[in-house]
Design a protein around this ligand. Structure first.
Ligand SMILES: *[C@@H]1O[C@H](CO)[C@@H](O)[C@H](O)[C@H]1NC(C)=O
Ligand SMILES: *[C@@H]1O[C@H](CO)[C@@H](O)[C@H](O)[C@H]1NC(C)=O
Ligand SMILES: *[C@@H]1O[C@H](CO)[C@@H](O)[C@H](O)[C@H]1NC(C)=O
Length: 406
């Protein structure tokens, strides 16, 4: 009976897959307001004409007594992972969300949104119904979106540099940008990468093993499947989330099970109260090409640009194979936070990357069961991750004399 019900819901979900996500799914601004923080919505235009919606938390109610309206604050920019969004950094609520903790600590907080997610399904000329809209991977998110968003936040805040924090694919886009357009390194003060992904030599996720057989090198199949919209939030979802993922639901294990399956089995850290919110705001949409590009990394063992097949590569890159990212260009010192039970980011891969980077500072989470999503939604995220990042950023700002009142 329950299984039938769920099957029906899943079918509906699939059938409604191409329903246009409506503004109702854009909850970041509303959530921030509900949490009693000030919020600004900003529109960023990329040089290839995508239109992104990003958010800013310029102040904190907990600092009102400091009367800092005229004071210039250090800027921090947060970038989400694949099929995620700006919501990732705030759904934990006012006490433990990284974005609010930054605002409380005196930072000017910016939350990015990559092209193709709920907040950034817009282009000056191309409609998301056209497959041309979805012709991008995380390479484009790095060199166009991230570049444009960082420049925008710096210009708006009248700052010359900012702190940068990212999770999962957000870290990939950071590596892409900093190795491809190295002058961006000068725009970051400190960098904090959670569950970083670049090389996938030791990556062990079962679906990647299977998927890479079919999609890991250019083929007819990857050509057919590529450049499509993947998993947007749909209208049926809210209902499903409230009934399946809620605290009292007998089927809650399906929601936590899905996160465990992708992020790492057997974690004891996930905050189960968050499941409904996570379900309602994810998956936030992406292009299938982003997944295919990761499958190619898995297959090649290299961190390199998208493989279009020999003929196209010759035209696009003037060589038969895609060029590798030169990670030695990443001059900014990178703090990487990684863990043993993360299916998306293997310990060996992070440590291998660190040997190639000019400057890296590694923090391996001391819990064996810590998984990919615990970096965002664990019950102890505040103690294990957030406080640590804020302390590091503070000491950097003090060292470099960036005035801030604590
Ligand atoms: C806050 O600071 C501004 C400028 O420094 C000043 O004009 C204003 O009176 C101050 N407000 C309070 C409540 O202290
Ligand atoms: C931006 O900063 C510069 C130098 O710190 C200053 O001269 C300028 O007035 C500032 N502009 C705005 C709009 O705050
Ligand atoms: C778990 O999430 C809920 C809902 O946002 C939040 O109120 C609570 O503080 C979180 N628990 C912990 C231990 O962080």
């Amino acid at each position: 009976m329950w299984q039938m019900f769920l099957l029906a819901l899943l079918l509906l979900q699939l059938l409604s897959g191409h329903i246009e996500p409506v503004d109702g799914h854009k909850v970041t601004a509303r959530l921030i307001t509900n949490h009693r923080y000030p919020v600004e919505e900003h529109t960023v235009h990329t040089s290839d004409d995508y239109i992104l919606t990003i958010y800013r938390i310029p102040a904190s109610p907990k600092r009102q007594h400091l009367n800092e309206t005229m004071q210039k604050k250090p800027v921090v920019f947060l970038q989400h992972g694949i099929v995620c969004s700006s919501d990732d950094w705030i759904i934990n609520g006012p006490d433990t969300s990284l974005a609010y903790m930054f605002a409380d600590a005196g930072y000017d907080v910016w939350l990015g949104n990559a092209r193709g997610n709920t907040y950034s399904r817009q282009h000056k000329h191309i409609h998301p119904d056209q497959s041309d809209f979805w012709k991008f991977s995380w390479h484009e998110i790095g060199v166009y979106d991230l570049a444009a968003m960082l420049d925008y936040a710096l210009a708006e805040s009248n700052s010359s540099s900012l702190h940068f924090v990212a999770h999962s694919q957000g870290t990939t886009t950071y590596f892409v940008l900093m190795s491809s357009l190295p002058w961006y390194n000068e725009k970051v003060r400190s960098v904090h990468l959670l569950a970083p992904i670049a090389y996938m030599r030791s990556h062990g996720f079962i679906l990647s093993k299977l998927g890479s057989v079919l999609l890991g090198s250019p083929s007819f199949l990857s050509w057919v499947i590529g450049n499509m919209e993947m998993l947007p939030i749909t209208s049926i979802q809210k209902f499903m989330c409230e009934h399946v993922c809620s605290e009292g639901s007998m089927l809650k294990f399906l929601c936590s099970g899905l996160l465990d399956f992708i992020g790492g089995w057997g974690t004891r850290h996930l905050n189960h109260t968050l499941l409904t919110d996570v379900c309602e705001t994810h998956p936030a949409g992406a292009s299938t090409t982003q997944i295919i590009h990761y499958m190619q990394l898995y297959n090649s063992g290299d961190f390199r640009q998208y493989d279009h097949g020999r003929e196209q590569n010759e035209i696009i890159y003037q060589q038969a194979t895609p060029p590798s990212y030169n990670v030695r260009n990443i001059m900014s010192c990178v703090n990487m936070y990684y863990s043993d039970n993360d299916y998306m980011s293997a310990v060996e891969d992070v440590e291998y990357l660190a040997t190639l980077l000019p400057c890296a500072d590694l923090y391996r989470i001391p819990y064996k069961d810590w998984n990919h999503y615990d970096f965002l939604w664990s019950v102890n995220v505040k103690e294990v991750i957030n406080n640590r990042i804020i302390d590091k950023m503070h000491s950097y700002d003090i060292e470099h004399n960036m005035g801030i009142t604590f």
